[in-house]
Design a protein around this ligand. Structure first.
Ligand code: BQZ
Length: 695
């Protein structure tokens, strides 16, 4: 066993005294408890029936101007004919400020940019709540933060009810009946089947922009069939896998308008390529039919997207008022950091304060009595990790250097060395000082339902041991330039150079990435920044074109039940940093196979004790094998302009979904005496699909 050590100089590496081989036990340490940080408000826990139900009401109402300008003019059917047989009714008792009034606008500011309106064809609309608002889904998870733990199950939405067969393999789902797209076209099971058959199950379509629209998201071997226009039946290999109900919510089962998408799909229009299908509805295409509360009516590149109320929206309050209360929605096309600034300053209305570098300034300005916005911190549900591409069989088509890096990534001692070379406390402090950040060892977040500290293995900062581990892997600096070299038979014995992918839309992502790059220097590893804007970064991450990536973690690390199939590579395309290679298989490492088995058992189980036990096994496997290198974890804060009413107490910025879903924007309203004059297209409705805009 070679026994070298590297006494670490600032710039280079020097041969020093030898070090004993290091055992795994010596590398572990006591994980410090996160500093105390109490969320500023707690949810009021209720049952689903306290929040909503589906039923016909004796009468319905709409804004007066809709009646006088459209219905009485004969260009729009009466509101009762525009609503489904049994609309979704929000219960007044669950609305903090009760029945609302019509008017006003919510002014979002976002850092993304719209690629187009074909969400199920894989196009992003720029995030920040646009797609969440447009793409109503079979079930709904965001508001689950206020559902009693013992009753936790996805909320009904486009699917108003469902029942399991005796043997637990079949789930019959009943759709809302008589609902319509925003252009008046009926919503029915044809929309679901087009999404399922011609997007999720068509490998030529990367269904939904986050890449989660894959068949395995709903279970290997799962089938879906339409029984009639308002009934579908799922058939699963597992018995009663309630887990998949979470996958039927945003972002992975939100059907698109098949009546205008199908004619563009190559299966129905052989003249079109898949790329032409994906791009058939560019951002300039106005009035895209949606099931959401607002319809895009104006788009100005790099400036703004304006949306107007959907006259066919299928939700009402208990007095029969058709929702939404807000007539208009803005998405100012700016940066994510500007979203925080504008929300605090009052020129914007909403922000998920998620970049820790903005905390102190935002807190200072929101503390003043005159502050236009309310800022409330929630639990620590934002976390970052360094993820390594673990595919060695071609995912992302690496060159020789890239292949050599991936083979290193698959070595536990390499991942351990990288992990213990990261000073997590210093990294967190580099973002913001104070009680916010916590050392995050990877895996499930501390403070969440399935977290178990005793199952969490932590390898604390230990630079000397890190270098010894790399020595043990035969990575020595053979040409004396201060950078270790691959073994001679790998990448021609070149310097160990690793690219690090990060999202330039966020200062936090690139700050953390820069920190990791700096902390790898004493190891004699050259990490090269590969910083890309949001959509490009997302595309590179989803297609495997990366060695390492610093990335904000998904909801699966917070709630486990949301995004469960991304916890391990249970299918060829379900995982974020280990997908199938060119032969269609995922070259799982032994511990990954164990993770897959644990996750599949979790999905197949409805026993809460067993599920908790399985997640302890998951956490131990994940952290002792450094599946990803946890970096830092901190709380987010919801910033919403004070004029809005019906904001649910304790709404987290990120838990089962983002706050744009959780606060239920369709129920928010502004009391008349507080309404601003922000509507850009007052008393107008969306026009014809593809038309010029509001009429
Ligand atoms: C929240 C969110 C709503 C995507 C996006 C963005 C994409 C990712 C992620 C967040 C933005 C905001 O997050 O940062 O606060 O408003 O939109 O969808 O980061 O690049 O691909 O997963 O949700």
């Amino acid at each position: 066993m070679k026994k070298h050590a590297f006494a670490l100089g600032g710039a280079g590496l020097m041969l020093g005294v030898s070090l004993m081989a290091i055992s795994a036990q010596e590398l572990t340490g006591e994980l410090p408890d996160p500093p105390e940080f109490a969320a500023q408000s707690e949810p009021v826990f209720v049952s689903v029936g306290d929040m909503l139900e589906f039923k016909a009401l004796p009468e319905y109402h709409e804004p007066d101007w809709v009646t006088s300008k459209y219905v009485e003019a004969g260009t729009l059917p009466p509101v009762a004919e525009r609503l489904p047989k049994e609309p979704l009714v929000f219960k007044t008792g669950n609305m903090p400020d009760g029945i609302g009034v019509y008017g006003d606008t919510m002014r979002h500011v976002i850092g993304g940019r719209p690629e187009g309106w074909n969400y199920i064809g894989g196009q992003s609309q720029g995030w920040g709540g646009i797609d969440i608002g447009l793409s109503e889904c079979l079930t709904r998870n965001g508001p689950l933060f206020q559902i009693k733990a013992e009753e936790l199950e996805p909320l009904p939405n486009l699917a108003k009810s469902w029942e399991w067969s005796e043997d637990g393999h079949e789930l019959t789902m009943h759709l809302i009946e008589g609902a319509k797209w925003s252009d008046g076209d009926p919503f029915d099971s044809e929309d679901l089947m087009f999404y399922w058959e011609d997007n999720v199950n068509d490998p030529n379509v990367s269904a939904v922009p986050s890449g989660t629209g894959t068949p395995e998201r709903f279970g290997v071997g799962t089938t879906l069939e339409a029984i009639d226009e308002y009934t579908v039946k799922w058939t699963f290999e597992e018995v009663r896998p309630t887990q998949y109900l979470y996958a039927m919510a945003y972002d992975s089962f939100c059907p698109g308008p098949s009546h205008i998408l199908k004619p563009q799909h190559p299966k129905y229009n052989p003249d079109n390529t898949y790329q032409e299908y994906k791009n058939a509805f560019p951002p300039e295409f106005m009035n895209m039919p949606v099931m959401g509360a607002w319809v895009p009516v104006e788009y100005r590149a790099d400036d703004i997207i304006v949306m107007r109320r959907n006259p066919y929206y299928w939700k009402v309050d208990e007095n029969g008022n058709q929702l939404p209360y807000l007539n208009e929605m803005h998405y100012r096309l700016s940066t994510w950091a500007d979203r925080d600034v504008q929300a605090v300053a009052g020129s914007g209305d909403f922000a998920n304060l998620e970049q820790a570098e903005s905390f102190v300034e935002s807190l200072k300005r929101s503390a003043e009595d005159s502050a236009p916005a309310r800022l409330q911190f929630g639990a620590r549900t934002i976390g970052y990790a360094l993820r390594m591409n673990l595919s060695a069989n071609g995912w992302g088509e690496p060159d020789a250097r890239g292949q050599a890096v991936r083979e290193l990534n698959r070595e536990l001692d390499f991942r351990k060395a990288v992990s213990i070379a990261v000073d997590r406390q210093r990294l967190g402090d580099s973002l913001v000082r104070g009680p916010f950040t916590a050392i995050y060892p990877g895996g499930l977040y501390a403070g969440t339902t399935y977290y178990d500290k005793a199952s969490t293995v932590y390898y604390p900062y230990n630079l000397e041991a890190a270098n010894a581990l790399l020595d043990g892997l035969g990575l020595t600096d053979t040409d004396g330039n201060g950078i270790r070299n691959f073994p001679a038979d790998k990448a021609g014995g070149a310097d160990v150079e690793i690219t690090l992918l990060a999202n330039t839309d966020y200062g936090t992502d690139t700050n953390l990435a820069e920190g990791v790059i700096a902390m790898m220097e004493p190891l004699g590893i050259r990490v090269i920044a590969n910083f890309q804007t949001g959509t490009a970064r997302d595309d590179m991450a989803q297609s495997g074109q990366f060695d390492w990536g610093v990335e904000r973690q998904g909801a699966e690390m917070v709630s486990v039940v949301q995004g469960t199939t991304t916890l391990a590579p249970v299918g060829p395309r379900t995982h974020t940093f280990h997908k199938a290679g060119t032969d269609g298989t995922v070259d799982l490492l032994p511990f990954e196979q164990e993770l897959v088995d644990v996750v599949n058992k979790f999905i197949a189980s409805s026993d809460t004790t067993e599920r908790a036990e399985l997640m302890k096994q998951y956490q131990k496997l994940f952290t002792e094998n450094v599946y990803s290198v946890g970096l830092t974890q901190y709380p987010g804060a919801l910033i919403i302009n004070k004029r809005f009413a019906n904001i649910p107490a304790g709404a987290p910025i990120f838990q089962f979904n983002w706050a744009e879903d959780s606060v239920m924007r369709e129920r928010l309203f502004v009391p008349e005496d507080k309404q601003g004059d922000y509507e850009l297209h007052p008393e107008t409705l969306p026009g014809e699909p593809g038309g010029a805009g509001p009429v």
